[in-house]
Ligand binder design. Structure first.
Ligand SMILES: [Zn+2]
Length: 168
């Protein structure tokens, strides 16, 4: 089975580069456990983070992209859309999004567009929630990391012994 061979090789290669994140699915509990051995930390996530988790669990379907309402001229000579002021045709509804760097457009009815508007709004809400979680996570994990001893740089501490580190 050549497939399995490739997978095994990729796994071995990752292990060579000592990727710690490979084990994450089983080790979220483990990380907490490991931390608790070193740090007397609050075991619960902060209230604002828990609130975001609950909000996240209620997020329904979502879509990316942009919903457009367009009015357009047709090609027929003498049509009202060519007059002045032009009375354009429409509204037409379009959903556009990037797929592999290219803009893809899908035409929709008004009814479909109404549904899509909700899904796109949900997608934006989701982004906001994730951004807030990321901000809190970065701040709090930074605090946790700083509770542990920093990596020692033997060579530089030996050379600069007695002097404070330049960036501390
Ligand atoms: Zn026309």
């Amino acid at each position: 089975m050549p497939y399995k061979d490739i997978e095994t090789r990729i796994r071995e290669k990752n292990q060579q580069s000592r990727s710690l994140t490979n084990n994450i699915p089983i080790s979220i509990m483990t990380v907490d456990y490991l931390l608790s051995r070193y740090i007397s930390m609050e075991t619960d996530l902060p209230q604002n983070y828990q609130q975001l988790q609950r909000t996240l669990s209620r997020v329904g379907y979502f879509r990316r992209g942009t919903l457009l309402e367009r009015f357009m001229p047709c090609g027929k000579p003498g049509c009202a859309c060519q007059g002045s002021p032009p009375r354009l045709h429409g509204p037409y509804y379009q959903w556009t999004r990037k797929v592999d760097g290219k803009t893809v457009t899908v035409r929709l009815t008004r009814e479909q567009a109404d549904l899509l508007a909700v899904w796109i709004a949900t997608g934006r809400e989701l982004d906001k929630i994730i951004a807030q979680m990321e901000r809190i996570s970065l701040h709090d994990t930074d605090r946790l990391l700083k509770k542990l001893p920093s990596p020692t740089r033997k060579a530089s501490t030996a050379r600069t012994s007695g002097k404070p580190a330049p960036n501390s």
